[in-house]
Design a protein around this ligand. Structure first.
Ligand code: CU
Length: 499
């Protein structure tokens, strides 16, 4: 595929999708149209239509809020694709604002990806865009807006624009009885000074001394000048699948059932946890990618935009609250009831023991990643309250332009080469770091080498360092950013290009 141009690749993909090798599903008109113009087949009906509009949603009994959603619902429609089988999607924007719809975790071209920084065209206000692409790779992906919010807490990921994508693999590993999709999401955001981000998320709990000294010195100097702490965002309402705890349908299970949960953190800014009292989670995939070493954990931690697929064996009959381990957030709605047959009644919560998330638990035991062809060093820093009261974020001293316009790429890739990104966090905040249009392999967590865990978002702890590797196998502008909306909007982005 290396020598094939993108246009030719899309042609080939279109032919495969329409050929007799793949039964039914893709109407000939789409495949034919895609051979002439990959991203705007002009005739025929789309496989899916996603309508972006402000709509009322009921998140609790007698509690209706108005947010921008996909198809008038929250979460948006679950889109099931087949790996490698082309789809045509109409994106309809009924709002007054041009929109970007990002296919998170998919290896799609720039004109489909949904990021203006890369050059994806906007879906015009009160307009439509037809796109077509070949879904890949298999697994749990999702789609969400890629608009920036800045100080507008109704825009971007603060809205209700989140939906699951499940790309069915050619061979489904079927050792479970059924699937349940969950999205964790807060509503009614407001600004505050200083946040309450959980501090006990990641393993190991250690810090890199030199990073801590620099970060603490910068913060001290800023506060000494009389600066307040930069703005953070808090929420009034917490939901799972768009309903506050106790206000939605319970998940009804039978004893002995093996339920595969696909959990998505759809938050704009928050780290989330998820526990089910009396049960454990066997993690089989991270960000939709099967892990080399499925392992059992007492509960889950997910950074913004992370996904975990985990099997729970229903072997503890009762009515339980599956919820966030933060008492405050759970009491404000971050939970859902799991109810065994013949065990209706008041759902119970039991506080789990402390547990830190260790990505290396799911790695190849004793595995070593291939050596990279080149390593990029990145240091992330915070200028406290420097941007009209918001923290300004920099990568190697540079903040991405606040306008969100396309900027020159800071890092350059050669197709086919393997790159390592060594990230050092000079701030005390946790950052869920995301790379567009590529899948990366975790290769080092706080000095410990690791291999085999494939992801598209990784949590980088305060004053910590992490490395991931990726192969440059999808030419075009590629956005790299922190997925925390307040961070990405205020500088925490950069671009890779192919040279
Ligand atoms: Cu961040």
């Amino acid at each position: 595929m290396i020598s094939v141009s993108r246009r030719n690749f899309l042609k080939t993909a279109g032919i495969v999708a329409g050929s007799a090798l793949v039964p039914s599903a893709v109407p000939q008109a789409h495949a034919a149209a895609s051979q002439t113009e990959a991203t705007s087949p002009s005739s025929g009906k789309a496989d899916h239509t996603i309508r972006i509009a402000a709509t009322p949603i009921e998140i609790a009994k007698n509690k209706i809020i108005s947010v921008t959603t996909y198809n008038g619902q929250f979460p948006g429609p679950l889109l099931r694709f087949k790996e490698g089988q082309q789809v045509v999607v109409d994106l309809v924007n009924d709002t007054d604002t041009p929109e970007q719809l990002h296919w998170h975790g998919q290896l799609v071209p720039v004109d489909v990806d949904g990021a203006s920084e890369e050059g994806t065209p906007y879906i015009p206000a009160h307009g439509t865009r037809r796109i077509s692409f070949v879904p890949r790779p298999a697994g749990h992906r999702f789609f969400h807006t890629h608009n920036r919010s800045g100080a507008d807490l109704s825009a971007g990921q603060y809205s209700g624009q989140v939906g699951h994508v499940y790309i069915e693999p050619r061979h489904e590993p079927g050792n479970y009885d059924r699937e349940v999709f969950l999205v964790l999401k807060e509503f009614e955001p407001s600004f505050s000074r200083g946040g309450d981000m959980p501090q006990d998320v990641l393993f190991p709990a250690t810090r890199v001394k030199s990073l801590e000294q620099k970060g603490e010195a910068a913060m001290k100097a800023s506060l000494a000048k009389g600066m307040p702490h930069g703005y953070e965002v808090g929420y009034d309402i917490f939901t799972i699948n768009g309903r506050k705890l106790g206000h939605g349908e319970p998940i009804k299970v039978k004893q002995g059932e093996r339920v595969l949960f696909h959990v998505l953190n759809g938050s704009a800014t928050e780290i989330r946890s998820l526990a089910l009292p009396g049960h454990t989670f066997r993690v089989v995939a991270l960000d939709g990618n099967p892990v080399p070493n499925p392992a059992t954990v007492p509960f889950l931690w997910l950074g913004t935009a992370e996904r975990v697929s985990a099997i729970v064996e229903m072997n503890h009959p009762g009515a339980w609250i599956m919820g966030d381990t933060s008492d405050d957030d759970r009491r404000h709605g971050m939970g859902i009831v799991v109810e065994y047959a013949n065990h209706a009644g008041k759902a119970q919560w039991i506080t789990p023991p402390k547990f830190r998330w260790d990505y290396t638990k799911f790695a190849k035991p004793g595995g070593t990643a291939s050596a990279p062809d080149e390593t990029f060093e990145m240091t992330f820093a915070k200028d406290n309250a420097a941007e009209e009261g918001f923290n300004r974020w920099t990568i190697n001293g540079v903040a991405y332009p606040m306008t969100g316009a396309m900027a020159p790429a800071a890092f350059h890739l050669h197709e086919g080469r393997r790159y390592r990104v060594h990230m050092r966090n000079e701030s005390d905040d946790l950052h869920p770091i995301h790379l567009h249009r590529h899948v990366f392999e975790l290769t080092n967590i706080m000095g410990k080498a690791t291999a085999g865990v494939m992801k598209d978002v990784v949590m980088l702890g305060g004053y910590q360092e992490v490395a991931f590797d990726f192969v440059a196998d999808n030419p075009g502008m590629t956005l790299f950013h922190c997925h925390q909306q307040l961070h990405m909007d205020f500088g925490f982005m950069t671009l890779f290009d192919y040279v």
